[in-house]
Write a protein that binds this ligand. Structure first.
Ligand code: 5GP
Ligand code: MN
Length: 338
């Protein structure tokens, strides 16, 4: 973002504005941490801000400060449409293309307010007047910290902002262990702790509130784990029947793919999760090193994301999807061997 753009945004934010903040569909910790962090910041300056999430998010994020004010598009469409169409400013956070908001795409496209995109995914679309895109960033939450910093307001970061941004950074970095975690990330985190993020409590809230069924489902996923050692690849499947057996709740499969990636020597890990109500297989892809799962997801599974973490979907059956995956893998054998 240029100095001129920052000063234009500063001007826009000088007087209270009607603002809408939007994360992607099926919001994760970074999507909610970054939108709520920005929300608490804007509230300090008396803006009339509302977060509108395309749909609900997992219970392990429901303790975040401000959670009770988040509107969900799928259950509050009339009110949400009105807010979006009347907004003077629309922040879109943690996604790179309007279709990532599902059913909100049309109304966001129609919205006349000034759009500001803040995101760390590859290849952002050009729908916003202001684009703060940095694919080297570990999380959108860290970008919100830098955004506040660029606006000259780092001193206003209070404990609610700190708690939300800490949560976003923590969840998108796998608790500060992915390659995208830099010394700057740790400095930002240190400042957030100094300003009131209770780090031990946040880890507990997000990671130590598992249900018995969630752990049993993890056990099922691990027993379905397959290793294709000549391609250094591992994959997991979960059928709708298995999800039902363990009373699957949103968020229960988050992070499960990382167990496949933790296998010694594995460079590429995938989880295929059947979703009968949407008639799709949801696919999460992870890699280590230079194997680019953003490109892989874009080319084969109608998705995208980052080099080491991406998502996609398939409209084939679970069995056929896995067969397709196994059949294209040999093309990448050399990339996965080195
Ligand atoms: P996950 O596997 O956790 O759903 O997604 C991994 C990463 O890829 C996240 O950063 C997510 O936002 C991104 N992602 C997931 N699905 C898609 C998709 O269909 N398109 C794009 N562009 N990114 C995706
Ligand atoms: Mn993110």
């Amino acid at each position: 973002m240029t100095k001129r753009e920052i000063s234009e945004i500063k001007d826009l934010l000088k007087s209270p504005k009607k603002i809408v903040i939007v994360p992607h569909k099926n919001p994760d910790g970074d999507a909610m941490g970054s939108t709520l962090g920005l929300y608490h910041y804007l509230k300090l300056f008396n803006h009339d801000a509302t977060i509108i999430a395309p749909n609900d998010y997992p219970d392990f994020l429901k303790w975040l400060p401000g959670d009770e004010f988040v509107l969900k598009y799928d259950t509050d469409k009339t009110k949400a449409d009105e807010l979006i169409l009347n907004a003077e400013l629309v922040f879109t956070l943690d996604f790179n293309a309007l279709h990532r908001t599902g059913d909100m795409e049309t109304v966001l496209f129609e919205a006349k307010g000034v759009k500001i995109l803040i995101d760390h995914h590859q290849q952002p679309d050009n729908y916003a007047k202001y684009i703060y895109s940095d694919v080297t960033m570990c999380s959108t939450a860290q970008m919100i910290y830098h955004f506040i910093e660029m606006l000259g307001d780092v001193k206003t970061i209070n404990s609610d902002i700190s708690t939300c941004l800490y949560t976003g950074i923590m969840t998108d970095t796998g608790s500060f262990r992915f390659r995208s975690t830099t010394s700057t990330t740790h400095r930002v985190i240190a400042n957030l702790i100094d300003n009131g993020a209770d780090n031990a409590q946040i880890h507990n809230n997000v990671y130590d509130t598992n249900s018995y069924n969630k752990l049993q489902l993890l056990g099922c996923a691990l027993s379905n784990l397959k290793l294709i050692s000549d391609s250094n690849t591992a994959y997991i499947t979960l059928s709708q029947k298995e999800l039902n057996t363990f009373d699957y709740k949103k968020g229960d499969t988050e992070g499960v793919v990382n167990y496949a990636l933790s296998l010694s020597g594995v460079k590429f890990a995938v989880i295929f999760i059947e979703n009968k109500s949407e008639g799709i297989i949801k696919i999460s892809l992870r890699s280590k090193g230079n194997f680019d799962v953003n490109t892989f997801a874009r080319e084969h599974f109608n998705g995208g994301g980052h080099i080491n973490a991406s998502g996609g979907r398939s409209e084939l059956s679970l069995k056929k999807t896995v067969e397709k995956f196994i059949s294209i893998l040999p093309t990448y054998k050399n990339d996965l061997k080195s």
